[in-house]
Structure formats: C-alpha cells, structure tokens
Design a binder for this molecule. Structure first.
Ligand SMILES: [Zn+2]
Length: 199
C-alpha cells in the first residue's frame, strides 16, 4: 500500500490516487503567447503579469517580463530571443524562446524552452509541489508542467468518470470539463495595474 523512501508516499485505495497532487490549473501559467506579444511589441517595453486569485480576486503572483536584448535585435536573436522574468520577491529567471514554423500556413509560433528539459513549450509554470501538504506549493524557477511535477486535473481519476467502451473514449462521455489554465492579466506598466485595481 505504501511505497518506501518517499516523503509523501503514494497510496492507492480502490483505484484512487492519494499521493502529492497539484494540478497545473492551480499554478500560475506563463503563456508563450503573452511573451510573444511582448517581444513583438514595437514599443519594446516590459510587461507586468498579474495572476489574480479566482476565489477572491487578490493578486497571488506577479512578474515583470522583458526582452534581454531590447535594442537592435539581430534576426538570429529574434528567432531565439531571451526573456527575463523578474519576480516581485527579487528572483530573476532567464528563459529562451524560439519561433517554430508552422508546417501548413507558413506562419510561425513562439514557444518557451523549458530550462529543465529544453523542450519548447506553450507555457511554463511558476510554482511546484512542495511543503507540508500533498497539495501545497512553493514558488520555483519557471518550468514546464512535467518538470514542475504538476498534473492535469483529469489525471488519476479526479475528474474522470471512467468511460465505457470506445464511444466514451472518442466523445469524452463522462468527462467533467477540464478546469482552465490560470492565466495572467497583462499590463504595460505598474500604474496601469494599480488603475485596474489589481495591485
Ligand atoms: Zn521541462
């Protein structure tokens, strides 16, 4: 029933999972799209990102993102632009982004390269599971969902009413709607965030 050597052993009882469980939907997500918008902004200004509590609207997390090379960015650096993510607690992370060409329409999409696994991702997460409770979190270096040890809410049977047969799998019968990612409010200055009542 209990695996050895883990601070938080995993229990299985009746097919349910009782180990550490932090769902990525409850962790601030930095979307690659927002970083792309900041890098492509002709004003070349840093953006302030604020994640508000979904229960009471207070600011739970805030970072300032800025391009590392704001002036005369050569083409090569545009394709692999670096971004600085400054936390309000003084921490500073450096993330590399990359433009990936889309095969169909000739367009491209910017992705954030996870500093742990080096895989380009559509979003990175700022907290990871740690601490006293199985669902408690601590602020961490921004990493992808996998490297941050986060789960989707639908994993492990949390939201899934086991579908029966192929039709259930194909049409998702019995699935509760997946909670949405915790996305930031985006501001171009602290003043604007204050005006909006977010800070
Ligand atoms: Zn990763």
């Amino acid at each position: 029933m209990v695996s050895s050597g883990r601070t938080h052993p995993r229990y299985r009882y009746g097919g349910r999972f009782f180990g550490r469980r932090v769902n990525c939907e409850h962790v601030p997500m930095l979307p690659a799209q927002v970083v792309a918008g900041m890098l492509d902004d002709p004003r070349k200004i840093p953006y302030l990102l604020v994640w508000k509590s979904r229960s009471n609207g207070t600011a739970r997390e805030a970072v300032r993102i800025a391009a590392c090379n704001e002036t005369n960015c050569p083409d090569a650096l545009y394709w692999l632009a670096g971004v600085e993510i400054k936390g309000h607690d003084g921490t500073c992370n450096f993330i590399i982004t990359m433009l990936r060409r889309l095969p169909r329409n000739g367009g491209s999409v910017r992705l954030l390269i996870c500093p742990y696994c080096s895989i380009p991702r559509r979003g990175l997460y700022g907290w990871k599971p740690s601490g006293r409770f199985t669902n408690s979190v601590v602020r961490s270096t921004w990493g992808c969902r996998k490297c941050s040890g986060l789960r989707f809410a639908s994993e492990g049977g949390a939201l899934l009413i086991r579908p029966r047969g192929t039709l259930g799998l194909v049409f998702g019968i019995g699935h509760s709607p997946r909670p949405e990612s915790w996305l930031p409010y985006v501001f171009t200055s602290t003043e604007k965030a204050v005006e909006a009542g977010v800070l």
